[in-house]
Design a binder for this molecule. Structure first.
Ligand SMILES: NC(=O)C1=CN([C@@H]2O[C@H](COP(=O)(O)OP(=O)(O)OC[C@H]3O[C@@H](n4cnc5c(N)ncnc54)[C@H](OP(=O)(O)O)[C@@H]3O)[C@@H](O)[C@H]2O)C=CC1
Ligand SMILES: O=C(CO)[C@H](O)[C@H](O)COP(=O)(O)O
Length: 457
C-alpha cells in the first residue's frame, strides 16, 4: 500500500516512521527539505528507508503516487488545511483521490470542506491521539465518513493504530466529520482529567502538606490497581522529577496553562447543544483562570493572596473519589457525543468510540471497562459516590480551588437529588410571563394556580 503524508512536524514524522514500519510505502512531503532529510536519516538508522521517498514539491509528490491516491495531512488546524488542499488541487489531485485531514480540525470545518471539495477529491476526516509516542508506535485513530477511499486504506490503518486485546484502536466511528467531533470531545475529557489530577495533587500538597515526591508515590501506588491510566502515570513521573539541587521540577514551571482550542470547542458545542458537561467546561475555565492572574489585561481581577487551611485526608476515600469523578468525566463526554450524533444524524457508535480510546491515546485508562458499563453501573457505586461528596466538601473547606472536583460533585448531585428548578421557573414566569409546566403536565402561569394581588416592584 502506498500513501503520502503532508506535514512532518511532531506528529507527522513519528506517524511516518510508524507507517513504513507497518509495511506501507510512503511519499513524505515537507516544504522544508531539511525536515525531510532528518526523517530520511532517522529511517535509515532504523533500516527502513527503502519504503520512504522524501519530497519538498507537491507536484513531485502527486506524480510519484499511484492512482487513486491516498494523502494524509498532519498540518496545524485552521486555514492552513484549506491552503494545503488547494495547493494539492493545483498540483494535480483528482476526483477519486482521498485526502484525510488527521489534525485537530474543527468538525464544522470538516463538514464545510466535504462540500467544498466534493467535485475535486474525496475529503475525509480522522482525529489522532497519542502525541509523539502514540504516532510512532500506535495511536488511537477516530475516523469518520463512508467515502470509497476508506476501503483502500482502512485495513492498513487498523495495523498502524494501537491495539487492545488484539482489537485495533482505529475505527470509523460515524458519518460525516464525526471523527473530528469525537477527537474534540476526547480532548475535552483530556482537559477535565488533567485538571482533576492537578486538583488531587493540590489537595495533597497544599491541603495536607505533602511534597510533590510524596504525591508522586501515592499516584504510583494508585496506578498499580484499576486506576492505572496514562495521565496518572505521567503525572506521577513528572511529580517525582527533581533538579540536581533537589528542587521539584513542577516548582520551576509557570502556572499559566496554554490551550490550542479543542477544549474550548467542546465547551462551546455542549452549550450550543444544551448538553451539560460541567466538569469539561470547568476544566477549560480553570485554564482561563490561571491566565487571569497577573496578566496586564486582567490585572484588576487579580486578588491578594489568602491563607488556606490544612485538612486530614483519608487516602482510600480520596482514591475512590478520584475514580468516581473520572468515570463521570468520561460519561459526560460520551453523553455529548451521543447528543451531537442524534442532532446531526451521524450514527456514532459509542462502543467503537470507546474501543479507539482503549490504547494509544492520551485518555487511555484501565477503568474504561467500567465507563463502558454505563450509567447503571456508575449509579451502583454508592461508596465512591459518598467519597466524592465528602472529599469535595473537605477540599473546598481548605480555601483552595477545585473547579473540576466541585463541578463533578455538582453534576452528580444535580442528577440524583431533589431539584430547585421549580423556583427558577416560577421566577421567570413572575417577572416575564414565560410560562410554567405543572407536575400534571399543564402549561400555564403562576396566576392560573394562585391569586397574586400585587407583584413585587
Ligand atoms: N502534538 C500533539 O500531541 C498532537 C497534535 N495533533 C494535531 O496534529 C496536527 C499536527 O500537529 P503537530 O505535528 O504537533 O504540529 P507541528 O507544528 O509540529 O507540525 C506541523 C507541520 O505542518 C507543516 N506545515 C506548516 N505549514 C505548511 C504548509 N503550508 N504546507 C505544508 N506543510 C505545512 C510544518 O512544516 P514546517 O515545520 O516546515 O513549517 C510541520 O511539519 C495539528 O492539527 C495538531 O493539532 C493531534 C494529536 C496530538
Ligand atoms: O490532541 C492532543 C492530544 O490528544 C494535543 O496534544 C492537543 O494539542 C492538546 O491540547 P491543548 O494544546 O489545547 O492542551
Amino acid at each position: 500500500m502506498q500513501v503520502a503524508l503532508v506535514g512532518l512536524g511532531v506528529m507527522g514524522k513519528n506517524l511516518a516512521l510508524n507507517l513504513i514500519e507497518k509495511g506501507m510505502t510512503l511519499v513524505a512531503y515537507d516544504k522544508n527539505p531539511e525536515v525531510g532529510a532528518e526523517l530520511l536519516s532517522c529511517a535509515q538508522s532504523l533500516g527502513m528507508a527503502e519504503r520512504l521517498h522524501i519530497v519538498s514539491d507537491l507536484g513531485d509528490m502527486i506524480r510519484r503516487l499511484e492512482t487513486p491516491r491516498s494523502i494524509l495531512l498532519l498540518v496545524p488546524a485552521g486555514e492552513l488545511v484549506d491552503k494545503v488542499c488547494s495547493d494539492l488541487v493545483e498540483a494535480g489531485v483528482e476526483k477519486e483521490d482521498i485526502i484525510v485531514d488527521c489534525g485537530n480540525s474543527n468538525y464544522k470545518d470538516g463538514i464545510a470542506r466535504k462540500l467544498k471539495y466534493q467535485n475535486k477529491f474525496e475529503f475525509a476526516t480522522m482525529g489522532i491521539s497519542g502525541g509523539a509516542e502514540g504516532a510512532r508506535h500506535g495511536p488511537a485513530m477516530m475516523a469518520s465518513g463512508s467515502e470509497g477511499g476508506w476501503e483502500r486504506i482502512e485495513p492498513w490503518f487498523e495495523k498502524v493504530a494501537a491495539s487492545y486485546n488484539n482489537e485495533s484502536c482505529f475505527a470509523r466511528v460515524g458519518q460525516s466529520a464525526s471523527g473530528h467531533f469525537v477527537k474534540m470531545v476526547h480532548n475535552g475529557i483530556e482537559y477535565a482529567l488533567m485538571q482533576l489530577i492537578a486538583e488531587v495533587y493540590q489537595l495533597l500538597r497544599h491541603g495536607t502538606g505533602r511534597s510533590p515526591k510524596e504525591v508522586a508515590e501515592i499516584f504510583e501506588s494508585w496506578s498499580e490497581g484499576n486506576l492505572n491510566s496514562y495521565l496518572l502515570a505521567i503525572s506521577s513521573h513528572i511529580l517525582s522529577l527533581e533538579t540536581e539541587q533537589g528542587e521539584s521540577l513542577v516548582d520551576l514551571i509557570d502556572n499559566k496553562v496554554g490551550a490550542k482550542g479543542t477544549g474550548l470547542w467542546t465547551a462551546q458545542n455542549a452549550l450550543e447543544l444544551g448538553i451539560a458537561v460541567p466538569s469539561l467546561v470547568a476544566a477549560v475555565q480553570a485554564r482561563h483562570l490561571t491566565n487571569t492572574i497577573d496578566t496586564p489585561a486582567a490585572k484588576e481581577m487579580t486578588y491578594a493572596a489568602k491563607s488556606t487551611e490544612s485538612v486530614e485526608v483519608d487516602l482510600d476515600e480520596l482514591k475512590q473519589a478520584f475514580y468516581f469523578a473520572s468515570l463521570l468525566c468520561y460519561r459526560q463526554g460520551l453523553a455529548l457525543i451521543k447528543g451531537a450524533s442524534r442532532a446531526h444524524q451521524w450514527k456514532v457508535d459509542l462502543n467503537k468510540t470507546l474501543q479507539t480510546w482503549r490504547a494509544g491515546c492520551i485518555i487511555r485508562a484501565d477503568y474504561l471497562d467500567d465507563v463502558a458499563q454505563g450509567v447503571e453501573f456508575i449509579d451502583s457505586l454508592e461508596e465512591p459516590a459518598l467519597a466524592l461528596r465528602r472529599t469535595t466538601g473537605k477540599a473546598i473547606a481548605t480555601g483552595l480551588s477545585f473547579p473540576v472536583l466541585a463541578a463533578t460533585q455538582t453534576y452528580i448531585a444535580t442528577l440524583s437529588t431533589p431539584s430547585n428548578g421549580h423556583l427558577v421557573q416560577a421566577q421567570r414566569d413572575y417577572f416575564g410571563e414565560h410560562g410554567i409546566k405543572t407536575h400534571s403536565g399543564e402549561t400555564c402561569h403562576l396566576t392560573d394556580l394562585v391569586e397574586i394581588d400585587a407583584k413585587v416592584r
